[in-house]
Design a protein around this ligand. Structure first.
Ligand code: BV8
Ligand code: ZN
Length: 243
């Protein structure tokens, strides 16, 4: 194990441009449920069933109850050591941090220049897409009854990217340009959801040294230069100590 940590630390130390992609595994140690596996289920629903515009159109109350439940849970969570190391590294010139997480724990840890490609569970926007309500606004009250757009009175929705919805163009552009890097490190993601799961392959095509930290193997494990099987909140501080 130590030699792969040494190898990754040496590469990060020498890197002018470091890009980090994170998933739910980074927030697991903070108590935020991941998506896959038993704890990913809410009542009997899979995330993919609820996190869609169709589901919200069909039953906005059910979908909002799920988001309110997650917000109440996340409100009690604090950043962990993995968030701390990533926040410190984000202050280095040339570092980009891309997250799929909507919990904003990276922000709470002080991460700079964070690219939230799937949005934030703490922001709302107008379901009716009225001109003023299309711009997300922050509302971190918990619990919160089904919210409404303060501009037009229609239903408000969580300002997250749902399955079948396109990511914000500026986020895709920022994430894509960050794949032109010396080291691309992916942490705590199952590498299944696209376009996020495609970024590591773009980085490889740019000649980046690629690395993965995950408790288990993923579809990306065979594509990276080093795949480290371990907990992010343990491995990242260990690598940081070698810098
Ligand atoms: C789109 C916000 C244009 C909402 C989310 C190409 C091929 C196949 C399918 C597609 C494709 N292109 C598009 C699609 C469709 C779809 C998709 O990818 N489907 C998947 C299921 C196959 N993508 C989309 O719809 C995207 N939009 O492409 O628009 C378009 C539109 C239509 C058709 C074509 C193109 C939008 C995707 C975004 C959806 N929104 N979240 C919300 O949160 O409520 S995705 C959500 O799920 C998360 O943000 C994240 O992205 C994903 C969950 O993945 P992870 O974060 O990795 O979490 P997971 O639980 O899966 O894994 C945790 C990992 O951590 C595990 O590996 C575990 O071992 C590890 N771990 C656990 N603890 C630790 C740890 N590791 C280290 N330390 C620990 N302590
Ligand atoms: Zn509105």
């Amino acid at each position: 194990m130590n030699d792969v940590l040494d190898k990754l630390a040496a590469r990060i130390k020498a890197a002018r441009r470091l890009t980090i992609l994170t998933g739910a595994g980074v927030s697991a140690a903070s108590g935020v449920p991941t998506f896959r596996g038993q704890e990913g289920l809410w009542r009997q629903y899979r995330a993919e069933d609820l996190a869609t515009p169709e589901a919200f159109a069909r039953d906005p109350r059910l979908v909002w109850e799920w988001y309110d439940w997650r917000r109440q849970l996340i409100a009690g969570c604090r950043p962990n050591a993995a968030h701390g190391v990533i926040a410190a590294w984000s202050k280095r010139h040339g570092t980009a941090v891309i997250t799929q997480n909507v919990d904003d724990l990276h922000l709470a840890a002080g991460t700079q220049g964070l690219i939230r490609i799937h949005g934030s569970i703490w922001e709302l926007s107008c379901w009716g897409r009225c001109s003023q309500g299309a711009t997300p606004w922050r509302d971190d009250r918990v619990p919160l009854d089904q919210p409404r757009c303060p501009h037009c009175g229609q239903l408000a929705r969580p300002a997250v990217v749902w399955f079948g919805e396109s990511l914000r163009r500026e986020d895709v552009e920022a994430a894509t340009s960050a794949t032109a890097c010396d080291v691309f490190l992916t942490v705590g993601t199952s590498a299944i959801v696209y376009p996020a799961a495609g970024l590591i392959h773009e980085a490889r095509d740019h000649g980046a040294f690629t690395a993965e930290i995950n408790l288990e193997a993923t579809p990306a494990s065979s594509a990276v230069d080093v795949a480290i099987q371990g907990a992010a909140e343990e491995v990242l501080p260990a690598v940081d100590a070698l810098l």
